[in-house]
Design a protein around this ligand. Sequence first.
Ligand code: NAP
Ligand code: GCO
Length: 266
Amino acid sequence: MSILDSFRLDGKVALVTGAAYGIGFAMAKALAQAGAKIAFNCRSQSNMDRALADYEKEGIDARGYICDVTDEAQIAQLVKDIERDLGTIDILINNAGIIKRIPMLDTTCEEFRQVVDIDLVAPFIVSKAVIPGMIQKGGGKIINICSMMSELGRETVSAYAAAKGGLKMLTRNIASEYGEFNIQCNGIGPGYIATQQNAVLREKQPDGTPHPFDSFILAKTPAARWGTPEDLAGAAVFLSSSASDFINGHVLYVDGGILAYIGKQP
Ligand code: NAP
Ligand code: GCO
């Protein structure tokens, strides 16, 4: 197989969770361009209708399913439905996620648990549901979408950092436990990527000047810009493909250099 062919995903079945828009949509689009058949889920019919139209505009015949990643029974049904419609899942990207920005002392246990449920427990639930099929098929790829907060803390995101730090270790554990079945489980750690999730941190001030958080991120990022969802495309295809078959339990940070940098000197 030529090196470029080893990046192809022809005939592979990929499930990308929460891929109606944002980073999930961009990664699903990239996988489809590399030849994969795409399944995704989201929680509402209105998002589903919009997403299906967006995939169609890109020339992608994606299958959408309404389902909440935190619900074990719904996920079991989702996996069955995808097997019936497209075949056994070869690639899972655990992308669905939320963040709450609340100082830790003001965060209720319920809010903390909600973030951990979606960002950490759900990747466990979905991975658990697809791994048996991957073992039967002779292998598979699982990609967990981690974060800068898998490595770094920041004010107001205690639940998110706890969940994304945990997700990094779940990644290593899946790799450790199922590597012998030719399953590679890796993470992608996006830096600050301009999406709906952080739009509020990029809003201009009433006087037209940039949001202080926007300036903070530009100063913390050697690339001196926010990432785009498309910046994740190459890493997603690589870690989904046989080009990465001996890479397991790794988190690939796609962050414009943030983790390498001490910050702009005054
Ligand atoms: P986004 O624009 O807010 O999209 C998140 C997606 O997750 C939405 O499609 C959302 O669907 C879905 N989702 C949330 N809870 C769900 C649930 N319980 N069941 C099913 N789907 C659910 O966020 P994004 O910026 O694209 O982020 C995608 C992933 O990357 C997240 O895990 C996030 O933590 C991570 N990440 C983002 C950044 C960044 O800078 N943007 C950086 C590092 C990591 P609904 O419409 O149903 O809510
Ligand atoms: C925040 C951001 C981050 C990013 C991302 C960084 O409030 O600090 O929203 O959490 O979304 O996860 O990698």
